[in-house]
Write a protein that binds this ligand. Structure first.
Ligand SMILES: [Zn+2]
Length: 331
C-alpha cells in the first residue's frame, strides 16, 4: 500500500512547493525546488511528479533533474523524508501485525546520510560550478546529480568521518564523492575521484567492514544484475552494480560481469578467466571497441542503447567464453 503513502506525502509536500497543483491521474505540477524554475517568469512551473509502474517519480523539464519521490521529499524537507521512509518501511514489511516493536526503533534512518551532512550534491552545487562541468564533460546522467557530492578538501573531509585517516593533509585537493549505500540507503563507504591529475585517481574509504560494492540501493535482485568495475560506469547500465576495486564476485545468481576493455592488462585477463571458471557469464568487448570503459564509450559518442546491445551480443560463458578470451587478449 505504498501507493497511498506516496499520494499522501506528495500532498503534504505540496504546501512547500511553489504553484503546487494536483492535475489528476496521479500527476502533480509545481515550480522545481532543485533549479528554482524560471527566474524570469514567476508563473512557470516545470516540475512534475507522475506515476511510473508502482511508484511516483519527479522530473523537471527546466533543469532535467529526475529522481524518486523519496529523494524529492528528502531534498525539500529532510524531516518529512524520515517520516515518509518510516511509513513505507512499515507498509512494506510483511506480517505487519507480528512485527516485534523494537525493529522500528533502530536509529538507522537518522544516520543514513549523516556522513554527507556537510557536503553539497551536484544539484545543490549548480551548473556553473567547475566541478559540475567535469560531470557534464563525462556526460554523467543528470538524474544521479543528487547522489554525487563535492568536497573541496578530500583528506580533511575523510578525517571528519574517520579521525586521523590521513595523518597529514598536505596536498589536500577537491574530489568527487561517490557514496556507497546499502539496500536501506544507509551509507557505508565512499569513493573519492580526483578532478585533475592527483593520484590515485580513485580513493576508496570504508565506514563499515563490508564488501566494496556500489549501487546496492538501486538494484532489483529479482532481475538480471550487471556488474562493472567502476561506479561511474554503472550509472549508464540498467540494474547495475560496481565492484569498486573489490575482487569479490557477488553471489548473485542471474548476473553478468562486465570487465573493462583492457586486453593488455594481465591482472584483468586473469580475473576474467577466474570468473569464467566460476561458471559466470561475462562480457568480452568486440575488437572494434577501443575505449577502456563504458564512460569513455559514451564520451566518444556511443549511445546507452548501443552499449546495451553490444553487451547483450557479447555475453559469453563456459567454453565459448574461454575461446573468446584467448582470441581477445593481446598478450
Ligand atoms: Zn528544475
Amino acid at each position: 500500500m505504498t501507493h497511498n503513502i506516496d499520494t499522501q506525502y506528495i500532498r503534504l509536500l505540496g504546501s512547500q512547493l511553489g504553484l503546487f497543483k494536483e492535475k489528476g491521474n496521479k500527476v502533480w505540477n509545481f515550480r522545481c525546488p532543485c533549479c528554482g524554475d524560471s527566474q524570469k517568469s514567476k508563473v512557470k512551473a516545470r516540475g512534475y511528479v507522475f506515476q511510473k509502474k508502482n511508484d511516483l517519480f519527479y522530473k523537471c523539464h527546466n533543469c532535467g533533474v529526475g529522481m524518486t519521490l523519496g529523494n524529492l521529499i528528502k531534498h525539500v524537507d529532510p524531516n518529512l523524508h524520515k517520516e515518509y521512509i518510516m511509513e513505507r518501511y512499515k507498509a512494506n514489511t510483511p506480517n505487519n501485525n507480528e512485527k516485534p516493536k523494537f525493529e522500528f526503533k533502530k536509529p538507522v534512518f537518522k544516520t543514513n546520510t549523516e556522513p554527507l551532512k556537510f557536503l553539497k550534491n551536484f544539484v545543490e552545487l549548480g551548473e556553473e560550478h567547475p566541478a559540475t562541468q567535469l560531470l557534464q564533460k563525462r556526460m554523467l546522467p543528470t538524474q544521479f546529480y543528487n547522489d554525487l557530492y563535492f568536497t573541496d578538501g578530500f583528506f580533511e573531509y575523510v578525517n571528519t568521518l574517520i579521525p586521523n585517516k590521513f595523518p597529514t593533509i598536505t596536498g589536500d585537493h577537491p574530489r568527487l564523492v561517490i557514496p556507497f549505500f546499502d539496500e536501506n540507503k544507509k551509507m557505508f563507504g565512499l569513493q573519492g575521484r580526483s578532478f585533475g591529475s592527483e593520484k590515485p585517481k580513485y580513493i576508496t574509504i570504508m565506514l563499515e567492514d563490508k564488501p566494496k560494492v556500489f549501487g546496492l540501493d538501486r538494484i532489483n535482485l529479482k532481475e538480471k544484475v550487471y556488474i562493472v568495475e567502476g561506479p561511474l560506469d554503472s550509472l549508464f547500465i540498467d540494474n547495475c552494480l560496481a565492484m569498486a576495486g573489490s575482487d569479490m564476485i557477488l553471489d548473485i545468481k542471474d548476473s553478468t560481469i562486465i570487465f573493462d576493455n583492457e586486453p593488455r592488462n594481465l591482472e584483468i585477463i586473469k580475473k576474467m578467466s577466474d570468473t569464467i571458471d566460476k561458471g559466470k557469464q561475462i562480457v568480452i568487448w568486440p575488437d572494434s571497441i577501443k575505449e577502456k570503459d563504458i564512460n569513455d564509450m559514451i564520451v566518444n559518442g556511443m549511445s546507452v542503447d548501443e552499449i546495451h546491445k553490444i553487451i547483450s551480443n557479447n555475453t559469453f560463458s563456459n567454453l565459448h567464453a574461454k575461446t573468446r578470451l584467448i582470441d581477445w587478449k593481446k598478450i
